[in-house]
Design a protein around this ligand. Structure first.
Ligand code: CP
Length: 309
């Protein structure tokens, strides 16, 4: 049993450095086993419930693939309207019901704090798959895993997070997770979409050098990792404001002439206009490798919180 056994995964800043290292090492072990064609039974007899009240392709399917790769079973609610939430059932009552069917619960929900509320309703492990504009901790772990694979290190890197830093839960979680390392941050956003002050302050308090800028060209020149994000249309109350900001940053091939040859380009996906498809041929364009890394990381998390790793 590790310290992660029976734990919820709610925020990226809940982990100690030792726990992060354990998750990375466990993911590497499972990735190697799957690559070698091994059929695993680590989660045999266990059932994962995925409850997705917001759209998802990568997070839901990679969690479900992870459980299947570990020999477990999956039950799913892929959209709120197909569940009794549409009839007015509370999140508390849904979770109390699902704990009678499943051993681990993965929840995506539009409200900040929903995963914490779910975790308070059950003793079973709850994993936050995105709570509104709050956090997406399992994404940040796969993002870290991707940086380690692509750059072979984290310490010493300049990491630029660009786009909708106000509403993007992936960048909230990633900034806090990387604050465990010796990195330098460039937070690149239009003024209206800056990183929330509390996250900037928390990262700075960890001793991290942070520069906030609206200059994507500068970030492309200086970065070792450029993490682009989508402008989160679903979080805007004013459609005109979304239209004003939606194409704030578009990464095109010609801009990469000034980048380091070793630049890693990441994006949690889905992308809309932020990265021109021509960029996909750039050697450091890692976003599809990044999404594939969701499987070993989520295998590690499922096994660890279940006390099976
Ligand atoms: N990165 C991510 O959360 O993608 P999905 O919304 O497709 O799950």
């Amino acid at each position: 049993m590790t310290k992660l056994s029976s734990k919820d995964v709610l925020r990226s800043d809940q982990f100690s450095k030792a726990e992060i290292d354990l998750i990375m090492e466990t993911a590497r072990t499972y990735e190697a086993a799957v690559d070698a064609g091994e059929v695993l039974d680590v989660m045999k007899g266990k059932v994962l419930s995925t409850l997705f009240y917001e759209p998802s392709t990568r997070t839901r399917l990679s969690f479900e693939t992870a459980m299947l790769r570990l020999g477990g079973d999956v039950i799913t609610v892929a959209e709120a309207k197909s569940s009794s939430a549409a009839k007015g059932e509370s999140l508390h009552d849904t979770i109390k019901t699902v704990e009678g069917y499943a051993d681990v619960i993965v929840l995506r929900h539009p409200q900040i704090g929903a995963a914490k509320e779910a975790a308070e309703a059950t003793d079973q492990p709850v994993l936050n798959a995105g709570d509104g504009a709050g956090q997406h901790p399992t994404q940040s772990l796969l993002d870290l895993y991707t940086i380690l694979k692509e750059q072979k290190k984290v310490d010493g890197l300049t990491i630029a997070l660009a786009g909708d830093l106000r509403n993007g839960r992936t960048v909230h979680s990633l900034a806090l997770l990387l604050a465990n390392y010796d990195v330098r941050f460039l937070f690149v956003a239009p003024d209206a979409l800056r990183m929330p002050t509390e996250i900037v302050e928390q990262v700075k308090a960890a001793g991290i050098d942070v520069q906030e800028t609206e200059n994507l060209s500068q970030a492309i020149c200086e970065a070792d990792v450029l993490y682009m994000t989508r402008i989160q249309r679903e979080r805007f109350e004013d459609p005109a404001e979304y239209e004003r900001l939606k194409d704030a940053f578009i990464l095109r091939n010609d801009a990469l002439a000034s980048a380091k040859p070793s630049l890693t380009i990441m994006h949690p996906l889905p992308r809309v206009n932020e990265i021109d498809p021509d960029v996909d041929a750039f050697a450091g364009a890692a976003y599809f490798r990044q999404s594939a890394n969701g499987v070993p990381i989520r295998m590690a998390l499922l096994a660890l919180v279940s006390g099976r790793a």
